[in-house]
Design a protein around this ligand. Structure first.
Ligand code: ADP
Length: 499
């Protein structure tokens, strides 16, 4: 018998990828195509939904062709995607009515301010677990309906469909037969009640969005339709989750208290809180982790805006390193940062501080400070910010953390990982397969079709590459953290003092 595989479609913000996994959870094939970012006005970011589909389909065909894999060898397709990005299309023609509005797009910030001034933010947090922000889909949908000629009339007649990128891909893969999204993606729209598990009528009214636009909401693991794009073959689409939730699953953080942090351009930390949706008092988001085996599990989420991007800044702006990996050697050339702290608030500070006016600052410079100290402080700032998130999660959830599972481009940096462990006083675990996002989608799909039997089987597949253990003494840790907190406080004072 020929071996079979699970195909994960990873629809990211800058590229579409198709990755094949085998029964051991190892990657056996990968194809990737970038697509264009459109910036039509300051603060606006758009994608061409057609191009997203074409690049996604292109990688699907390519990964099969490269590995000489027959479609019948694919047991199931799983999808993971950039979250919140919004497209609306015509149900009859399948044509998008306008470019997709990307999660980073700020065009609806003022609309959010208006809704905030009506005192609606607490209601939204209560029902959706989210903070009222342009980031999420609801105001993007409203904007498209209000600014695309004829859209509102068509929407009122039920002729249009809304979807995030998972939903758009499901529609295209199923030849327009299925209009569905999974609970994790629905939970990022500001329209989905994460407790009642339904589109919320009161919120639809608040944003003036007709219910007829909305997709059916399905579990993250379960056959929801078929991929019909390869003539003569029908492959079940069996797993869907937004990228961060998929990464949490790919890291097998399937028990309450398990946490993953992704160190990319920014950092994304999610903590599994089990079947309990925890209301955050520390400005974290409450979100659905996944729905699986009839159970809905939740997560707390926080993000750091500038993570690995501070390394890019040292490379591209200060030009103290040629390439990102050079930072480790430079930072390792000194035993510590000699009291230098960088607060890389280039775009304000996120959770738990939330200060849009904060800007990047360097504190503690002396005549002896050199490039290496700055490089070390930059690297350490990624760990300090992540530690702040974890502390906020611990405070919200009152769950002790035993280990932090990590992935993303900056986790190759051993110095950073060791410092993270020292700061958190817990194990920092880097797995062998760091493509955790695609892996999570593959696992969700594979479980649904019996390719893998259960979570226990998956647990046995998860393998750590390296475990970083704390080595620092308590007094040193405390003094480092105090220094960081002083630096953050000072940068906030500086920000708030503006007139
Ligand atoms: P994204 O998915 O956000 O594009 P990646 O997971 O590909 O991010 O990670 C890229 C980020 O990791 C960049 O910001 C880069 O500066 C950082 N990075 C890459 N290699 C290293 C390294 N050796 N040490 C520290 N940071 C690194």
């Amino acid at each position: 018998m020929q071996p079979t595989f699970i195909l994960a479609l990873d629809q990211g913000t800058t590229s579409s990828r198709s990755i094949l996994f085998d029964k051991t959870g190892s990657i056996v094939g990968l194809a990737q195509k970038e697509f264009k970012q459109h910036y039509p006005q300051p603060g606006w970011v758009e994608h061409d939904a057609h191009e997203i589909w074409e690049t996604q389909l292109g990688t699907l065909v390519e990964v099969l062709a490269k590995g000489k894999i027959q479609p019948q060898q694919i047991a199931a397709v799983g999808i993971t995607n950039q979250r919140e990005t919004t497209v609306i299309w015509d149900r009859a023609t399948g044509e998008p009515i306008a470019p997709a509005i990307v999660w980073q797009d700020r065009r609806t910030a003022e609309l959010c301010d208006t809704i905030r001034s009506q005192g609606k933010a607490p209601l939204l947090q209560e029902k959706t677990g989210l903070i009222l922000d342009a980031y999420f889909s609801a105001t993007k949908i409203k904007w498209l309906l209000d600014h695309t000629p004829g859209a509102r009339e068509k929407a009122n007649k039920g002729e249009l469909a809304f979807g995030t990128m998972d939903c758009w891909l499901i529609w295209k893969l199923s030849n327009g037969n299925v209009h569905a999204t999974d609970v994790t993606n629905a939970s990022r729209t500001l329209l989905y009640n994460i407790h009642q598990l339904e589109w919320d009528k009161e919120l639809l009214e608040l944003f003036d969005i007709p219910a007829s636009l909305l997709p059916a909401v399905v579990a993250s693991s379960g056959v929801l339709g078929n991929c019909e794009v390869i003539p003569g073959h029908s492959i079940p689409i069996a797993g869907v989750a937004g990228d961060q939730q998929a990464a949490l699953f790919g890291q097998l953080c399937v028990d309450p208290g398990m946490v993953k942090n992704t160190y990319g351009t920014g950092c994304f930390m999610l903590m599994n809180t089990g079947e309990k949706a925890i209301h955050s008092t520390n400005n974290l988001l409450t979100t659905i982790a996944w729905q699986l085996d009839g159970k809905t599990e939740y997560a707390l989420e926080g993000s750091v805006f500038i993570g690995g991007a501070v390394v890019q800044w040292l490379r591209d702006q200060l030009k103290v390193i040629h390439s990102a990996p050079d930072i480790e050697k430079l930072a390792s050339s000194v035993p510590d940062s000699q009291g230098v702290y960088i607060v890389p608030a280039f775009a304000g500070l996120g959770a738990p501080y939330w200060n849009a006016y904060a800007r990047g600052t360097i504190f503690g410079l002396t005549r002896g400070s050199n490039q290496a100290h700055i490089a070390r402080a930059a690297l350490e700032s990624i760990a300090y910010q992540s530690a702040d998130l974890l502390r906020a999660m611990q405070a919200d959830a009152s769950i002790p953390i035993l280990e932090l599972r990590v992935d993303g481009g900056a986790t190759v940096n051993d110095l950073l990982m060791q410092f993270q462990s020292d700061l958190l006083d817990c194990h920092v675990v880097r797995p062998i397969v760091t493509e955790t996002t695609a892996l999570g989608a593959a696992y969700l799909a594979g479980l649904a079709v019996g390719y893998w039997q259960n979570k226990e089987e998956l647990r046995s597949l998860w393998k750590s590459d390296q475990v970083f253990k704390p080595t620092i003494d308590i007094a040193k840790r405390n003094s480092l953290v105090q220094g960081w907190q002083r630096a953050v406080k000072a940068s906030i004072v500086w920000a708030n003092d503006h007139t």
